[in-house]
Design a protein around this ligand. Structure first.
Ligand SMILES: C[S@@+](CC[C@H](N)C(=O)[O-])C[C@H]1O[C@@H](n2cnc3c(N)ncnc32)[C@H](O)[C@@H]1O
Length: 441
């Protein structure tokens, strides 16, 4: 027996999603939604591996992306809102599961279509929609393609919840085809570095041999150089090291000014990983935003560490993968992708989608005021990409309409600013392209 959820509007929501999935096949054909460069630029067809921030509703945005990204996305991470875009329609009804499911259904169908066969989708939720979302996901992906649910431990405690203190969220995971999805991996040893040596990704440890135990003067070399092994540790140790050099477990690397060599352990990356644990502890996304000067601007940013772990788990051996987040918010996913790339010199790319709704927060206003002060100085190392919108100027959506929001910037504007600032830290000069969605007729 198969049990499926029923709710008012379900048939129409699935029909809409299927129509959108089938409809768009070429960027210049038909009058479906398409993309254009931000700030009033012309039509634009992005390269699949370009970093993108698409500004607009994710329903037309995902539809437009089908033209270039169908079956290309390896990882989707989403943290959707609980009160959906239908605020006006459903405002008086309190929380309404049906409207949430109707909102999510076509978007998840489109996301699935953008995924590679071995692609995975992480759906991050708190209690409120978790159970409903899980059944919806089973229906969209097929229950056989469920890979399980992770727990994100996000708080240590506190609060005055009516029943118990909730310190966790859920991350439901599906594969487009679960049988094609490899294990979810995590690094075994985080201090070591990943390098590509002779075309192979290797974990590199440069301090396997120490000159001695105990204290070292500050700044003094702790490593025992190959040339000194015999004198310091004796012939037996030297023979041991030579054997490992022969087997390839160690290599020698020129080190320091004395013309000597460090003994370096190299481990194939696949041997340096272990399977991810289902409970992931990562506190406070605000802590990531504060160093970027964006503390208190967004309400509930997710931690970079969490999203980085999720992204890395499925791109451990795929450092050129495309990562999609169509509820971008503060842009955590973009920073997580940069951090994952920084770790292994990868070139994963991100595609983010965010509506240009006004962000009613004083801090947000202050950030944009400061940004305007900088405008014209070519600010923003990350703005090298075509149309990435350096220096603001994309405020029209919130400020032009005489809707009483004139003084507030849009969320998407701040997403762009976060991407620029994160790039300054992780990947100076990283290009990204800001696009707008033009809805079809
Ligand atoms: C819960 S937040 C995501 C937070 C994000 N994970 C972070 O770490 O900052 C959900 C975001 O989705 C955006 N959003 C809601 N409906 C949307 C839609 N239809 N299209 C695009 N973005 C939407 C909201 O504006 C909000 O910024």
């Amino acid at each position: 027996m198969t049990t499926v959820l029923e709710w008012p509007g379900k048939a129409q929501a699935f029909a809409l999603g299927r129509r959108l999935v089938d409809g768009q096949s070429h960027p210049h054909l038909g009058d479906g939604p398409h993309l254009r460069l931000g700030d009033g630029g012309g039509p634009y067809v992005p390269a699949p591996r370009e970093n993108l921030l698409v500004v607009g509703d994710n329903l037309p945005a995902l539809t437009a992306l089908l033209a270039t990204h169908r079956q290309r996305v390896k990882v989707v991470y989403i943290d959707p809102p609980y009160n959906t875009g239908n605020a006006h329609t459903y405002k008086d009804h309190g929380h309404d599961h049906a409207s949430w499911l109707n909102f999510m259904t076509p978007r998840l169908l489109l996301a699935r279509e953008l995924m590679r066969d071995d692609g995975v989708l992480f759906l991050h939720l708190d209690d409120q929609e978790s159970a409903w979302a899980q059944l919806l996901g089973h229906e969209i992906f097929g229950e056989d393609n469920s890979l399980g649910t992770l727990i994100h431990q996000r708080a240590k405690g506190g609060g005055n919840a009516p029943s118990f203190v909730r310190g966790h969220d859920y991350v439901h995971v599906w594969g487009r085809d679960a049988s094609r999805v490899g294990p979810f991996l995590t690094e075994k040893k985080s201090p070591a570095k990943l390098e590509v040596i002779d075309g192979h990704r290797m974990l590199v440890e440069t301090d396997v041999l120490r000159a001695g135990f105990g204290r070292y003067a500050r700044g003094s070399e702790r490593r025992l150089m190959y040339e000194d092994i015999l004198a310091v540790k004796g012939a037996k140790k030297l023979a041991e090291v030579d054997a490992k050099l022969d087997s390839g477990e160690y290599i020698l690397r020129p080190w320091g000014k004395a013309g000597k060599h460090a003994v370096v352990r190299v481990t194939p990356a696949e041997k340096a990983s272990s399977k991810m644990y289902s409970i992931i502890k990562a506190l406070g996304g605000q802590n990531d935003l504060e160093p970027l000067g964006l503390g208190g601007v967004f309400s509930y940013p997710k931690p970079v560490e969490l999203v980085k772990a999720l992204v890395a788990s499925q791109t451990f051996f795929d450092p050129e993968a495309i990562v999609l987040d169509f509820f971008a918010g503060s842009g955590t996913t973009a920073q997580a992708v940069m951090a994952a790339n920084e770790r292994d010199s990868g070139s994963r790319s991100f595609v983010l989608v965010q509506t240009p709704e006004p962000l009613r927060s004083k801090n947000a206003r202050a950030v944009v005021a400061a940004q305007d002060g900088r405008a014209g100085d070519g600010a923003g190392a990350a703005s090298g990409g075509a149309g990435s919108g350096a220096g603001g100027g994309s405020r029209g959506a919130a400020s032009g309409g005489g809707d009483g929001n004139a003084e507030f910037p849009t969320i998407s504007e701040l997403t762009a600013e976060r991407i620029r600032r994160a790039a300054d830290v992780h990947s100076p000069g990283l290009p990204f392209t800001r696009l707008d969605v033009v809805e079809g007729e």
